[in-house]
Design a protein around this ligand. Structure first.
Ligand code: AHG
Ligand code: MN
Ligand code: MN
Length: 333
């Protein structure tokens, strides 16, 4: 049996991809890997211990009920970044504002990390796949100072690396540093992520569509027409596409990445800007989509080119196989 490459080995082997690499990004990625193992362990014990399952009894700044696991994952990541020595600040979906780390070492950190600690939290209590999403940028403020809002509000095109961890039937970590996309599966018997999906390419086309169709009567006419097209025999396959919707963006996206497909979360009256967050969800997955040959837009413009104006900004989201996203966009006026 050939020896599998662990994620640590893979990160080291590819360190030379970065111009003037100093090992700092390598060290940051390894901190994320460790956090992913800790969160994965906590997720796998949900239901067995009291402090993992259920609601925390608080709502976040966006008015959503926080689950215990949301906060556990959030704290795990913040702790890892604070002690990493290479991160000067973070922003997370679960915190009202960004956090600028105050130690001298952190003030000299080159990077900021933006993340959704637990994506798909409504699925925690029912044992359905959930995930963690992260996005890394180089800071804009000078080294040696505290992180600023300006460091956080950068367009997705500036991402240095992005990725997600999917706690599904197995735990997987998928990431990009702008040189393609690679996927690693956690082997629980040795506690290591091993390269299982090298150089992932999203199929150019697919026959799976994902959206919360409970909202269909509230959507713009162009999208209603596109969904009708997906369900008809008029599409290029001559057969209705299959509908699939998990309600965990990471899991729905991962399926598109492997099998081909489209995921749509449009603007609806209850979420006039869309539901998904530009900085924590849309940009990191858009980077992975583009790096694997797919596309991510608001239906009208490229996600990664949007200049963010606020931390928790939401946008309509069309992501997946290139031909499918282009087709959906052609229906919108
Ligand atoms: P989060 O759990 O981080 O708040 O994100 C939930 C997101 C996303 O994962 C999912 O696709 C979508 O919200 C589900 O929204 P609906 O329940 O409106 O379908
Ligand atoms: Mn989310
Ligand atoms: Mn979340």
């Amino acid at each position: 049996m050939s020896k599998s490459i662990t994620l640590h080995e893979f990160i080291l082997l590819n360190q030379q991809d970065f111009l003037f690499a100093t090992g700092e990004l390598t060290s940051l990625l390894n901190d994320i890997v460790l956090s992913a193992k800790i969160i994965s362990r906590d997720v796998r014990r949900a239901g067995l211990t009291d402090h993992v399952l259920g609601a925390q009894g608080m709502v976040n700044v966006q008015g959503e009920a926080q689950q215990k696991l949301d906060l556990l994952a959030d704290q795990t990541l913040i702790r890892a970044f604070e002690s990493s020595g290479v991160v000067c600040g973070i922003a997370s979906e679960e915190n009202d504002s960004f956090v600028a780390f105050q130690t001298e070492t952190s003030k000299h950190g080159k990077y900021v990390v933006l993340f959704d600690p637990l994506d798909g939290s409504s699925n925690i209590d029912v044992n359905v796949s959930i995930g963690t999403i992260f996005s890394i940028y180089s800071r804009r403020s000078p080294l040696g100072t505290v992180a600023t809002m300006d460091d956080m509000l950068q367009p997705g095109t500036e991402q240095v690396a992005a990725g997600y961890v999917l706690y599904g039937s197995s735990t997987m970590l998928v990431y990009t540093t702008g040189n393609g996309v690679n996927g690693f599966t956690l082997d629980p018997s040795i506690g290591e992520f091993c390269l299982s999906h090298p150089n992932m390419r999203m199929p150019e086309n697919g026959r799976l569509y994902a959206m919360n169709e409970g909202n269909i009567n509230e959507c713009e006419m162009g999208l209603v027409a596109y969904i009708k097209y997906c369900q008809s025999r008029e599409n290029e396959t001559g057969m209705p596409y299959s509908g699939r919707y998990i309600g965990s963006l990471v899991a729905d996206f991962h399926r598109s990445l492997i099998k081909g497909g489209i995921y749509v979360y449009p603007a609806v009256p209850a979420a006039p800007e869309g539901r998904l967050r530009l900085l924590y969800e849309c940009n990191p997955l858009a980077f992975i989509a583009e790096q694997s040959g797919g596309l991510a837009t608001t239906g009208r413009e490229r996600i990664m080119e949007i200049q963010p104006t606020t931390l928790h900004q939401r946008v309509p989201y069309y992501i997946g196989s290139k031909s499918m996203v282009e087709k959906a966009m052609s229906f919108l006026t």
